[in-house]
Design a binder for this molecule. Sequence first.
Ligand SMILES: [Zn+2]
Length: 221
Amino acid sequence: MIVDRRHASHIAAALLALGVAACSGGGDLGKDFVAEGVRTPTGQCSVDPRSVAQATPLGEVDGPGACGIRNGWQVTAVNGVGFSQPAKLECQMVGATNDWLSRVVQPAAQSAFGEKVVSVRVAASYACRGRNNQRGAKISEHSFGNALDISAFTLASGRTVEVESGWRSWGAESGFLKQVHGRACGNFTTVLGPEADRHHNNHLHFDLARHGRSGTGTYCK
Ligand SMILES: [Zn+2]
């Protein structure tokens, strides 16, 4: 596509209006525009995913528009916890998920239920889309493989703790879910749960977006 400068801003505005559609539009203008203000992962990673997860390298995943993963991995289990479906994740998400499972989730499960979490239900990982699947929304960290949604935890006994029904229940399930949500802020930089908004009624969202001027802030709700 050949675009002169006069028309670039109109096209950029049109891409903003299209939101998700901009993802599938392709082209360098869309790529630059959609990525503006969103700091994508660098691809650097502190841990080899194969040392903490069942993971195979995907290399660079080139999605449409701004979407794509710098250092992609196909992950089926982390820290011995199985995934209900393979997740495509940016490398740094694998290490963060491993830390969260070992330092937060398993201790919380032991204290709430006296047993381990053996698997999680993955509701979403890499997906080229706007935030909350809304047209016109800012592009989601899911579009960079930099986010993971979990909707349920299954314990060794086979008991399943659902985010949707457990969050507002009384007792152990609610306490467990609030711990794994509340204490995730530190392993991840964005943590969203049922109290964030109606889009997160049935799952927990974790990502490693950079927040604030220094890029080191957190947004946990
Ligand atoms: Zn999400």
